[in-house]
Ligand binder design. Structure first.
Ligand code: FAD
Length: 553
């Protein structure tokens, strides 16, 4: 078989790994208090795979034979489990439906090409035979970017790039690496690290997402303050399109017309299948630290991040949580033992004595990388910058813990779904001048929506990814709802959040892309003419809509 590994069909990550609350004494009382849910009762089990009714594949023997000629016999798979794994991403909408056996339109076949040439042949084959091709990276998107239209009558081929996972070349002089698009985060970092380099792109989905998927969704990683978003990191690429192969050489900059590279970034498979990406890489730093800080309020934390962004300080991560997310983080901590218990209690007393309202406390993580002397200097600069905002350093301990645990956090969502709460995230970006009013608007809109659907819920936020002119605000929200029509109520909440983004001067999505989830608001985000321009581009390259139809616009 193909040897490509996939996530669980019904949830995040790999089998055998799950979130546990038993070693976190504050978590169950927190959830009970905030959303009225008793998580200590045993969770509901998702359906077993053999309880699902999987629509039969409509692949004809003739098409199967031709696909086998292109990619090889073993690389054409029509087993139900494979087809279901490739049917959706990992949004809460995907998970709720798939757990309930509502599979929608499932791909008829999954193919695993082993070269750019095979991918190009697949694209030509799909266009010539009027079939649908949906590129598949890690399947981690949360914007409905993989989902086929329900009424799609044509044969659907999911093209899994998992076999294309190699670093092909490394230009040590320029710091440019050409990497195959199906490489997942750990694969490519391991290959680069071995040669002393890093990509520095670490989205929370790092362990299960691919370079091609990052480019196709305009992804952003937690260290983007230093390394940039994938749009900055991507210097060149190779893509199989209906017109043939698009080759974009890695150039530091160019003025040759509108940027085709930018057209491919965020195209979600609508223009072609990316097979190779040339990226800017960096030497593995001598020192890497994530320091934790407390601020007396979220507003103070935002002001401090702004001061860092417009200063000469160079940080890798600038992140500050609101009071709600700070409380959630404390609730997910393990039982503190021995001295640390007394240190934490003593610290809170000390801050209270300084006039802080502990309920308003905002936790912050700031990352530093480079030579020892560079890191020492940057930390001193940041200390001076945050002091006027009440910023208080609490050392490396919580930051190191956050750094180790960040890729485990996604498992909480499955745990909550098992116990009757639907949780997901939405993120935006806006100018610094608009951030706090936008935040207030989103919280108010979400609370109004929760009241409207008569469900208890929770919303929390952190600022991440700072830029010179503004920053990203990342909201996580959940409603307690165990009913089969939970998605109808979730939609009211999601709509309220997205519309508050636009009303507050922010974008629909800073890094989770559009898919079908955000397309209803695209005109509000980029204007009707902007939507028209994107439609013309897609229709020009792919007039019969053979490539991932229905996404983005
Ligand atoms: P997939 O989900 O497989 O595909 C996404 C889209 O890209 C689809 O339209 C697909 O057709 C297209 N595509 C995939 N590969 C190619 C290719 N080679 N050529 C052309 N089109 C292609 N995103 C972030 O940016 N930052 C985060 O921190 C982050 N954290 C997340 C945490 C969790 C728990 C989850 C569930 C998601 C998170 N995401 C995050 C979203 C998601 O991981 C990203 O959108 C990611 O870039 C998707 O990559 P993928 O390889 O999984 O792509």
């Amino acid at each position: 078989m193909t040897g490509v590994k996939h996530m669980k069909w019904w949830g995040w990550g790999v089998d055998g790994v799950a979130f546990h609350y038993e070693d976190k004494p504050r978590f169950a009382p927190f959830v009970l208090e905030k959303v009225g849910l008793d998580i200590t009762t045993p969770g509901r089990q998702p359906l077993q795979f053999d309880e699902l009714t999987v629509p039969a594949s409509q692949l004809t023997e003739d098409l199967r034979g031709q696909l086998r000629e292109i990619v090889g016999e073993d690389q054409v798979v029509t087993e139900d489990l494979e087809r279901v794994v490739h049917a959706k991403g990992k949004s809460v909408r995907d998970l709720v439906r798939i757990r309930a056996g509502k599979l929608g339109r499932v791909p008829d076949v999954v193919v695993y090409p082993g070269s750019h040439e095979e991918v190009q042949s697949l694209v030509k084959f799909a266009v010539d035979n009027d079939l649908v091709l949906i590129p598949f990276g890690g399947g981690s998107n949360i914007a409905g970017s993989l989902e086929a239209p329900l009424n799609e009558q044509r044969t659907i081929i999911s093209v899994d790039l998992g076999r294309l996972d190699q670093v092909l070349s490394l230009d040590d002089d320029a710091g440019l690496a050409t990497i195959q698009a199906g490489a997942q985060g750990p694969d490519l970092e391991e290959q680069l690290n071995r040669r002393g380099w890093t990509l520095g792109h670490f989205p929370d989905s790092f362990t299960h997402s691919t370079l091609g998927g990052w480019v196709a969704t305009r992804s952003s990683g937690m260290q983007s303050d230093k390394y940039g978003d994938i749009a900055d990191i991507t210097r060149g690429l190779r893509m199989a399109t209906p017109e043939g192969t698009l080759e974009l050489r890695p150039l530091p900059s160019t003025s040759t017309g509108p940027s085709v590279r930018e057209m491919v970034l965020g195209s979600e498979g609508r223009l072609g299948i990316i097979t190779e990406v040339t990226v800017q890489v960096h030497r593995v730093p001598e020192v890497r630290e994530i320091q934790a800080y407390f601020f007396p309020s979220f507003a103070a934390g935002i002001r401090a991040m702004h001061d860092i962004a417009r200063s000469e300080a160079q940080v890798t991560v600038s992140r500050v949580s609101d009071d709600r997310e700070t409380a959630f983080s404390f609730a997910t901590q393990k039982q503190s033992k021995g001295m640390s218990k007394y240190v934490t209690a003593g610290l809170m007393k000390f801050l209270e004595a300084r006039g802080w309202d502990i309920d308003q406390l905002a936790m912050s993580f700031i990352g530093f990388e480079g030579s020892k002397s560079h890191v020492t200097r940057q930390k001193a600069m940041v200390k001076a910058l945050i002091a006027p905002h009440g910023g208080f350093g609490v050392g490396q301990g919580p930051g190191a813990l956050y750094d180790q645990k960040k890729f485990d956090t996604p498992y909480i969502r499955d745990f909550l779904l098992d116990r009757g709460a639907a949780a997901d995230v939405s993120e935006t970006a806006a100018p610094w001048s608009k951030l706090k009013p936008l935040y207030d608007g989103v919280i108010a809109a979400a609370e109004k929506a929760m009241a409207e659907v008569e469900r208890e819920g929770y919303i929390m936020c952190h600022l991440s990814h700072s830029y010179h002119s503004g920053a990203c605000l990342y909201f996580t929200f959940a409603i307690a709802d165990d009913s089969p029509d939970v998605l109808q109520r979730y939609d009211v909440l999601k709509r309220a959040v997205q519309e508050a983004f636009i009303a507050g001067g922010g974008t629909l999505s800073h890094h989770h892309a559009v898919g079908v989830e955000h397309s209803p608001w695209m005109e509000a985000d980029i204007s009707p003419v902007g939507v028209q321009m994107i439609s013309s581009l897609f229709n020009g390259v792919d007039p019969k809509q053979n490539l991932n139809p229905g996404k983005v616009v």
